[in-house]
Design a protein. Sequence first.
Length: 247
Amino acid sequence: MRALRILLIVAVILGGLFVIADRVAVGFAEDEVADRLRTSEGLATTPDVSIKGFPFLTQVAGGELDDVEVGIKDYEAATGVSGQNIRIDDLNAQMRDVAFSGDYSSATAATATGSATITYAELLKAAQSAGSEPTQVIPGVTATVVGLSDGGNGKIKVEVEATVAGTKLPQPVSVLSTVTVEGDTVKVKADSLPNLGIDLADNRMRAVTDFEQKIDGLPGGIKLDSVEAAKTGVDITVKGSNVSLAG
């Protein structure tokens, strides 16, 4: 009985040491991957990297991690226009089946899914990309988008400020718009045209109300999947395959 008790105590101690070693190793790996990702993507801050699954050391022995979660607070995505980026908030991605090199200099996920938010303030820049000057809809009528907000039921409320015959309307007029994703581009299209009190050609007014924003160069090569209007901005989902975390 005494020998069995000693054996059990030794087993518990060894098990505890293994758990400690496993957690130390996973912490080191998370820090390494985070640093590599920050460097490869040119991030302003170090992302959060969490390696899931236990034990970690057996995953290392197999050369592949089952599940890695990455969180980037603010990400400046390219828009296809030189010198212009769009800020994406709270980009969180779940990477599956991540193959990596021994020194973590390279790591590639077989698949990835995630979510993020683009604030209405950021998206408004796309609506105003032509500059601060209002657009002439027809002679004597100018208009510009001055605000975006949640319109409820998955719609975006687009506020348009207009001047008719030299007189600015007392307050912006608004329309509800639908937001969609096509390839690497977020598109906003008015469900109907704003009422300015005069007849306007559809295509002339849509030159103001309808706009799009290309989002290119997301981390690791992930791509836009879907988009939905929400309280503070548009929520996007992303996905990808053979996504690079480092290297």
